[in-house]
Design a protein around this ligand. Structure first.
Ligand code: F6P
Length: 533
């Protein structure tokens, strides 16, 4: 029997048992339902009551969590155990938030933190003096998405006088756009790469270095370069001064790394003390995730509800809809965090999984998404769970607050209650439609409802709440992995494509496929794309 198969069967049986019941009716039979399916955590309130889970299903979910020792896995991670055996390492990102597994790690991290703060202060002084006006951050995946999200989300706390640009893609348009109009003499280029071998990042870094050299008219442009890497020798060999290479340890996964030196651009671009507040928010969530008992733990309930949708109700994806412009980059960040962590098909011991460990994470900011793909969410054949994020405090004209929040709550309510065909008919008749036309239109105006959603509430978007929210998602991802018995810290699935890409790129450069190692379609495409356009 595969890992946790008994729990998968159990959860499926509960979902099957409840399939004929409407979630709305569960509210009627259990007046305590909202309380039973809500949790409070630092800076965050989680309401999972719109999922079709009753007391017995919830108990089965907690039974699964106990059977998989889901919270124990978080503890083992915190203790610095070898939770990433396929890469032979621990996963110690929470050490960056004051929870080091050993005094030696704590000392190493605080030394790096001191160096980073001193460097950021020096750069801030240059910005204040007008000597530095732009920072170009180069990196991809975990070396890009976190700093991009944090600086965008905390735009209200940005340091004045510094233009911040990002380049990630190997599409040359990315670096061209990032450098366009900047003054090389007053630009700092920050190259972030754990391995310092990533094709996209090195290509962009080379282009930026060439741009600096051409603009400054000299070969040594190291005064404008900074690197963050776990391979400092490679960064130094590439041209960064040793004192400007900040460490990135093996025990910090790329997608869990925004708290480290990977966030140096955010430390610099945000006003003094803001990054420390972001770390403090994450630390508060760490305390909750690691110390709150299972029944009170918001991270655990969040993971169980997600697992219920995927394993119990066979949901292939969920839509993440923050009703907050400041969180518009959160879906992209979470796509990497969740899908690169848990997009696995074998358990930690190599056995095939008996259920999907990760659905597709996708989404966009609300209310914009309502006017784009919500049609599918309301009336498509397959129900797709939705995760809404709302913030009690909003920016801009106070008159727009109710519109934003009202839209969010209305979507969640509409997904839950739907509209029956009889109700649609009654509405059409009341609008004066003749009976024949009303009968024709009614099926199109019917909403099945009974579609699950989670509501996450923040008081406001602040450095602390953003830190707490991202830490919540990190822990939820790890707990999800524990429920499935997989390793959330490796990412071997990205390697095959990387290997083939370097071969094909060389062939395109050389003007055509060099051998018969490709499939016929790929060979034809290499030929087609090798022709000068
Ligand atoms: O290709 C995936 C990946 O390895 C991610 O895990 C990582 O965040 C990204 O590439 C960038 O890697 P690096 O920081 O080594 O350039």
């Amino acid at each position: 029997m595969g890992m946790y198969t008994r729990h998968f069967d159990d959860i499926r049986a509960h979902a099957q048992r409840l399939s004929a019941t409407r979630t709305m009716d569960l509210f009627t039979v259990d007046p305590n339902r909202l309380h039973a399916l809500s949790r409070t955590a630092p800076h965050l309130f989680l309401d999972a009551s719109k999922h079709k889970i009753d007391a017995a299903a919830l108990e089965a979910l907690y039974g699964w969590a106990r059977g998989a020792d889901a919270l124990g896995f978080l503890q083992r991670m915190a203790h610095g155990d070898l939770v990433n055996p396929t890469e032979d390492r621990a996963a110690m990102h929470i050490a960056l938030r004051g929870r080091a597994a050993s005094p030696a790690i704590a000392a190493e991290i605080s030394a790096a933190e001191r160096a980073l703060n001193a460097f950021s202060d020096a750069i801030a002084a240059e910005v204040a003096a007008g000597k530095l006006t732009a920072l170009v951050h180069i990196g991809i995946g975990g070396s890009d998405l976190g700093p991009r999200l944090v600086t965008d989300a905390l735009a209200m706390w940005r340091r004045p006088g510094l233009e911040l640009r990002f380049a990630a893609n190997i599409d040359g348009a990315d670096i061209e756009d990032a450098l366009a109009g900047l003054d090389p003499a007053r630009t700092l280029v920050v190259v972030v790469s754990k391995t310092f071998t990533t094709m996209e990042t090195l290509a962009n870094a080379n282009a930026a270095r060439d741009w600096l050299r051409a603009g400054l008219g000299r070969e040594d442009v190291s005064a404008h370069l900074v690197a963050v890497s776990a391979a400092p020798a490679r960064a130094i060999a590439w041209g960064v001064a040793q004192a400007r290479v900040f460490p990135f340890w093996d025990f910090i996964g790329g997608r869990y790394s925004v708290w480290s030196a990977v966030g140096v651009s955010a430390r610099i671009a945000l006003q003094d003390g803001v990054f420390a507040r972001f770390l403090a928010g994450a630390a508060a969530m760490d305390a909750h995730a690691l110390e709150a008992p299972a029944p009170d733990n918001a991270v655990l309930l969040g993971a169980l509800v997600q697992a219920y949708g995927r394993v119990g109700q066979a949901s292939a994806s969920y839509a993440l809809i923050p009703y907050a412009r400041r969180l518009r980059l959160l879906p992209a960040f979470l796509q990497q965090l969740e899908m690169e962590s848990n997009g696995k098909r074998v358990s930690i011991d190599g056995a095939r999984l008996g259920a999907s460990a990760c659905g597709v994470t996708w989404g966009d900011v609300g209310a914009n998404a309502q006017h784009s793909f919500f049609q599918l969410l309301h009336q498509g054949v397959d129900p797709i769970p939705v995760e809404f994020i709302v913030c009690a405090q909003t920016e801009g004209p106070a008159s727009q607050r109710a519109g934003l929040l009202g839209n969010a709550l209305a979507q969640a309510e509409a997904l839950l209650i739907g509209r029956t065909q009889d109700q649609a008919l009654a509405q059409l008749r009341a609008a004066g439609l003749d009976e024949a036309s009303a009968q024709i239109l009614a099926p199109h105006k019917t909403f099945p409802g009974d579609r699950p959603s989670t509501l996450i509430g923040l008081e406001a978007i602040t450095p602390e709440s953003l830190g707490a929210l991202l830490a919540f998602y990190e822990h939820r991802t790890v707990v999800q992995a524990a429920l499935m018995g997989i390793n959330p810290f490796d990412q071997w699935g990205v390697e095959l494509g990387k290997e083939l890409a370097s071969v094909i790129a060389a062939e395109i450069t050389a003007g055509g496929a060099s051998g018969a190692r490709h499939d016929p379609s790929t060979t034809a495409w290499i030929k087609r794309l090798s022709q000068p356009s």
